[in-house]
Design a protein around this ligand. Structure first.
Ligand SMILES: N[C@@H](CCC(=O)N[C@@H](CS)C(=O)NCC(=O)O)C(=O)O
Length: 346
C-alpha cells in the first residue's frame, strides 16, 4: 500500500478527451517520456478546464505539486528542460528546430483541415458530437438529454467551423493540403517510424495529435483506410511508445539526405500554408483587424483572426534567431526552397 501512495503522490493527472487532438498529443508524449500520469476524462476534465486554468482548453495537466497548466507546447517545453532522458527535442540543434517547426505546423495548420473534415458534413456532425458526448457523460446516454446535448454541441462546432475554416469554398483547398501531407506520410512511414533516427521527436508527437482524430472520424477514417492505410497503422503505434529505445540520427548534417527527406516535403507545406497563415494573422492582430486573407495558389484564403496563434510566429522567429551560425547554414537550403526562410528570418 505504501508503494501505491508513493506512486500516486508523484503522479501527474492529465485531464483530456479522446476526441481532442492536443489531449492525445500530450498523452502520447507523457507515455513516451515514461512520466507517470493518470488519464482523467469525462465531465471532470471539462470542469477542471473551466475552473482551474485561465482559458477554457483541454488538455489540462495537474502536476504532482497540485498546480494546473494547459497548452501542450509550453508544457512539453517544460518537461524537455526538466527531464533529460528520452527527450523529444533532437540532440542536433538544427534538427530540434525542424522538429519544433513541424510540431507547430501540425498544431496550427493541420488543425483546420481536420476541423473541416470533422464538422462540415451532416453525417460527421452527428456521429462525432455523439461520440464526444458519450465520453463526456461517461456512457450514461440513455436519457432524453443526450440527443439535445449532442445537437447543441454539433451546432456550436458548426458555427466555429464557419468562422475558423472560412467559407465552404475553401474546403477543397483544406482537403488538398491535408491529403498532400498524408501522401508524404504514407511514403515516409514505409521507411520507418521516425524522422530523425529510431526514436520519436516532438514532430511525430504533434502530427500524431491531429491524425489520432482523423482515424476516429467517420469520413476521414474511410479515406485514411482507403488511401493512407499504413499511416493509419502508424497512428496506433505512436499512441504508446513507452517501450521504444532508440537513437538520434542527425538529418541536417547531411544536405542530400535532408533535401530528399519527408521533413523537407513537410516544410514545403509549412511555407505554403502554415507560416503565411501565422504571418497574416499576426498582422491582422497588430492592426486590430477581425479578418485576414492570404494567397494560396492564386486564391485568397480569408478567415477570422484568432489570438490562439498569436505567440506562435514570434516564438518560431525567436528560436530561429537563437540558432548557431553553423545550424543556420545547414538549414538555409531547405528553409529557402520551402519558402519558410523569409518568414522565419526577420
Ligand atoms: N494550444 C492548445 C490548444 C488546445 C485546444 O485548442 N483544445 C481544444 C480541444 S482539442 C479546446 O479545448 N477548445 C476549447 C473549446 O472547444 O472551447 C494546446 O496545444 O493544448
Amino acid at each position: 500500500m505504501s508503494n501505491t501512495n508513493a506512486t500516486s503522490d508523484s503522479m501527474h493527472k492529465l485531464y483530456g478527451f479522446l476526441m481532442s487532438p492536443y489531449s492525445m498529443k500530450l498523452r502520447a508524449y507523457l507515455r513516451y517520456r515514461r512520466i507517470p500520469f493518470q488519464w482523467c476524462s469525462g465531465m471532470e476534465a471539462h470542469d477542471i478546464a473551466r475552473t482551474k486554468v485561465k482559458t477554457y482548453m483541454v488538455p489540462v495537466i495537474q502536476y504532482p505539486d497540485g498546480t494546473y497548466e494547459n497548452d501542450s507546447t509550453p508544457i512539453i517545453d517544460k518537461f524537455e528542460e526538466k527531464i533529460a532522458e528520452r527527450r523529444t527535442d533532437p540532440e542536433n540543434e538544427a534538427d530540434a528546430f525542424l522538429a519544433y517547426l513541424i510540431e507547430d505546423f501540425a498544431d496550427e495548420w493541420l488543425l483546420w483541415p481536420f476541423f473541416m473534415h470533422r464538422w462540415r458534413l451532416e453525417v460527421d456532425q452527428k456521429h462525432n458530437s455523439q461520440w464526444i458526448l458519450y465520453e463526456a457523460m461517461k456512457g450514461a446516454i440513455n436519457n432524453d438529454g443526450f440527443e439535445t446535448m449532442s445537437e447543441l454541441w454539433a451546432n456550436r462546432q458548426i458555427d466555429l467551423t464557419k468562422k475558423q475554416c472560412g467559407s465552404p469554398d475553401y474546403d477543397d483547398m483544406l482537403d488538398d493540403s491535408f491529403q498532400t501531407f498524408l501522401g508524404i506520410m504514407e511514403k515516409a512511414v514505409a521507411n520507418g517510424l521516425f524522422f530523425f533516427g529510431s526514436r520519436p521527436s516532438r514532430a511525430e508527437i504533434g502530427i500524431y495529435g491531429i491524425l489520432s482524430q482523423e482515424v476516429q472520424d467517420l469520413t476521414a477514417s474511410a479515406f485514411m483506410r482507403d488511401k493512407y492505410n499504413f499511416t493509419m497503422r502508424w497512428v496506433s503505434i505512436i499512441d504508446d511508445l513507452s517501450g521504444v529505445e532508440g537513437e538520434w540520427e542527425p538529418l541536417s548534417t547531411d544536405q542530400e539526405k535532408l533535401m530528399s527527406s519527408p521533413v523537407a516535403e513537410i516544410l514545403k507545406l509549412s511555407g505554403k500554408y502554415h507560416l503565411p497563415l501565422l504571418q497574416a494573422n499576426e498582422k491582422a492582430l497588430v492592426n486590430g483587424e477581425e479578418t485576414f486573407s492570404f494567397d494560396i495558389d492564386g486564391t485568397d484564403f480569408k478567415r477570422v483572426s484568432h489570438d490562439r496563434h498569436s505567440n506562435c510566429l514570434p516564438e518560431l522567429q525567436k528560436r530561429y534567431a537563437k540558432l548557431s551560425s553553423e545550424s543556420k547554414v545547414a538549414l538555409k537550403p531547405v528553409l529557402e526552397e520551402s519558402g519558410c526562410l523569409g518568414i522565419l528570418d526577420v
